[in-house]
Design a protein around this ligand. Structure first.
Ligand code: NAD
Ligand code: ZN
Length: 341
């Protein structure tokens, strides 16, 4: 089968001919139709410090996918051949306290497909049946291929009550933009999204009813009175991983505000703790998706009018994967989807 592999310990990915994975009794084999390129895949492409420390070579990369089940392990129940699906790319263990309490997304033994285990940038993917998420007919393979990052957005956005709240999202990357759409769908009042990249802010406005703020030109302190907000923001979602954005968020929050942090700072990220204490701010770290509550809520919202389709700005056949990665790296794209059919 065709697969995109981290074949060498240097910049790039390589198209290889790999054996179709063999499945175990509890696995399924998925024929991949579409995959999404993630920021994580760019780290692996670039072979930065994190990738060098984390990813063994060779490794088939990729973890955002949609496809259909073509083989079913002998102990698997409840799935059928031909079922269209996406799936949770975090493979969890069952021994930890967290897993045994049903908090699968908090299992410390989590391993990621396309990072620690062979991934989805391939014509076929082996996946534990437990991780399969069937796709209803109304959800296309394109959207199926971006459910993983949409799940990050949904997990973050639904961390706190949003109904009637004023929401600040820092970072209008694909995940920040989708979180804005989710916040709107969930009933927030104002949804303000910041970035330093005008292309990203323009895309955010196409996907969701947001107030875009370019923080190189305008201060959040000016936006608050412009929107006739009496105080600062009730809920913050940090989705840039940028220190300045985090500082601006803390300043712009109301007393008793709540912040969900998804963005990953490149190193230690100092904050003004006294501001957080005196503003009585709650901070929650968000990792991955809740397994499987996030998937349930996300699919239910998509079936009920949540539309994130315009966040996909580029589509390529996998033979043109280099163009796809170049689009992702340009900073001018939303999600980039590769076609494996
Ligand atoms: P992205 O890099 O595409 O988007 C980040 C955006 O932040 C960019 O548009 C960038 O221009 C913007 N930005 C930079 N400086 C800024 C500033 N000062 N103020 C406001 N915006 C600024 O990333 P993404 O794929 O959308 O992911 C968002 C973040 O979430 C990243 O940090 C990523 O590493 C992280 N992430 C975390 C998890 C998790 O499980 N915690 C999962 C996926 C992604
Ligand atoms: Zn991803």
């Amino acid at each position: 089968m065709k697969a995109l592999s981290k074949l060498h310990a240097r910049e790039g990915l390589w198209m290889v001919n790999a054996p179709v994975p063999e499945i175990g009794p509890d696995d399924v084999l998925i024929k991949i139709n579409k995959t999404g390129i993630c920021g994580t895949d760019i780290h692996i492409w670039n072979w930065d410090d994190w990738a060098q420390k984390t990813v063994p070579v060779p490794m088939i990369t990729g973890h955002e996918f949609a496809g259909e089940i073509v083989e079913i392990g002998r102990d698997v129940q409840g799935l059928e051949l031909g079922q269209r699906c996406s799936g949770e790319g975090h493979l969890i263990g069952t021994q930890s306290r967290q897993s045994r309490a049903g908090k699968f997304h908090l299992d410390p033994a989590t391993r990621g497909i396309g990072v620690n285990e062979q991934g989805a940038f391939a014509q076929y993917l082996r996946l534990p049946a437990f991780n399969v998420v069937p796709l209803p007919d109304e959800i296309s393979d394109d959207i199926g291929a971006i459910l993983d990052p949409l799940g990050n957005a949904v997990h973050t956005a639904l961390s706190f009550d949003l109904i009637g709240e004023d929401v600040l999202i820092t970072g209008a990357g694909p995940i920040g933009i989708m979180a804005a759409a989710v916040a709107r769908h969930a009933g927030a009042r104002h949804v303000v999204i910041t970035d330093v990249n005008p292309d990203r802010l323009a895309l955010a406005s196409q996907v969701a009813d947001v107030v875009p703020v370019n923080v190189t030109q305008e201060s959040l302190q000016d936006v608050i009175p412009r929107l006739k907000m009496k105080q600062g923001f009730d809920v913050g979602m940090e989705m840039s991983g940028n220190q300045q954005a985090l500082d601006q968020m803390v300043e712009a929050m109301t007393m008793g505000g709540r912040i969900a942090m998804l963005g990953i700072p490149p190193g230690k990220s100092p904050v003004d703790w006294s501001r957080i204490v005196f503003k009585a701010i709650t901070i929650k770290g968000v990792y991955g998706r809740e397994i499987f509550e996030t998937w349930y809520k996300m699919i239910a919202m998509l079936e009920n009018g949540l539309d994130v389709s315009r966040v996909i700005t580029h589509r390529f056949h996998v033979d043109d994967f280099k163009a796809g990665f170049a689009a992702m790296k340009s900073g001018q794209s939303g999600k980039v989807v590769l076609d494996w059919t």
